[in-house]
Design a protein around this ligand. Structure first.
Ligand code: GZL
Length: 337
């Protein structure tokens, strides 16, 4: 009788252990070889970040590092690619070698990702794409979460059309200086398309882009490019700058050229606290919001995947447009410094 009881209790123990093992999908179905580095109870996430080029990027990195902590059940392996796609791809390969449980990528540019994402798929490691899209087949990543950049641009153009109407300037011929983000980045592609479409379409013959150049999403490059542009263009009516950091540089360049920047309509993207304050101070006219605080949302995606939930392929951030009418109210909630 004792033997039977012993056998039965042994059987119960074995089945309980098997049940535990199969109840953590990350360890079994997604990546059987993966065992988080420390303790075995943490979910190891490799985050391949673009770089540290802007206030937006700093806030985005901070949101990941403050969310993906051991206290929250994660082991974060962070890589800063310094805006170099080769470094970003190498970081993803390193995550694969380390056998992480999940990979998150903010692709510096949309192209060139097929090979390494196929390697991640072959290794059974789910890939989440955040911030900027990658131009790859849908089976190579689980989901995308980030801004709808063409819509941000359309929202900025709509704001400008409203502003011009309010000031009886709708029929005015306007010269635009267009500071683009990193060429090939999803954010640049979308924001540029919105302006290009408006100039070629509804406002053809009235709106002219007198200069269009990348400032690499940095303040220094934005100032440098704007200074060069102003040497050949002093009759500038609108600056359409694809992020706040280039906008800061552009305003410095206008001042250095002896142009009162408050006489120029300045449109920016992101929504750093500094830029929102500059709306209140009259230095910037409009900021189309782009939310960098994606860490907790990516964490929520991973928890849903751990629970075996299915997710939509795309989730866009909910974003607003700020001007003198609503900047004050938004300032306390604006990200960064
Ligand atoms: C947008 C993000 C862009 C920001 C820039 O989601 O990729 O990159 O607009 C940042 O400030 O450098």
């Amino acid at each position: 009788m004792n033997k039977l009881l012993n056998l039965m209790s042994a059987a119960i123990i074995v089945s309980a252990l098997t049940a535990c093992a199969s109840s953590s999908p990350a360890a079994s179905s997604q990546n059987p070889a993966a065992q988080p580095e420390s303790g075995g109870s943490l979910i190891t996430v490799g985050f391949a970040q673009v770089g540290a080029e802007s206030g937006w990027r700093t806030a985005n990195t901070d949101s990941f590092k403050s969310y993906f902590t051991e206290a929250n059940g994660f082991n974060l392996i962070f890589s800063d690619a310094q805006q170099d796609q080769n470094k970003q791809i190498a970081a993803v390969r390193d995550f694969i070698t380390q056998g992480v449980d999940y990979i998150d990528i903010a692709p510096v540019t949309t192209t060139g990702w097929e090979t390494v994402l196929q390697e991640a798929k072959d290794a059974g490691i789910p890939v989440i794409i955040s911030d900027r899209k990658a131009d790859v087949a849908e089976d190579l990543y689980v989901t995308y979460i980030g801004g709808n950049f063409e819509q941000e641009g359309k929202d900025a153009i709509s704001w400008l059309e409203g502003y011009l109407a309010e000031n009886n300037r709708s029929d005015e011929a306007l010269n635009f200086v267009h500071l683009q983000g990193t060429i090939g980045a999803d954010a640049q592609i979308g924001r540029t398309k919105a302006l290009d479409d408006a100039v070629a379409g509804a406002h053809a013959g009235k709106w002219t882009i007198v200069a269009q150049q990348t400032g690499e999403f940095t303040e220094a490059k934005g100032q440098e490019v704007m200074e060069a542009i102003l040497k050949n263009n002093t009759d500038v009516h609108v600056v359409y700058s694809e992020n706040d950091d280039m906008t800061y540089g552009a305003i410095t360049a206008l001042k250095n050229a002896g142009i009162n920047h408050k006489d120029v309509i300045i449109i920016s993207f992101d929504g750093n606290k500094k830029a929102i304050q500059m709306i209140i101070d009259g230095d910037i006219d409009c900021v189309a919001e782009c939310n960098p605080l994606l860490g907790p949302q990516v964490g929520d995606i991973i928890k849903k995947l751990e629970n075996g939930e299915t997710l939509p392929k795309i989730t866009y951030s909910v974003e607003s447009v700020y001007d003198i009418k609503n900047a004050e109210a938004h300032l306390p909630d604006a990200f960064g410094s």
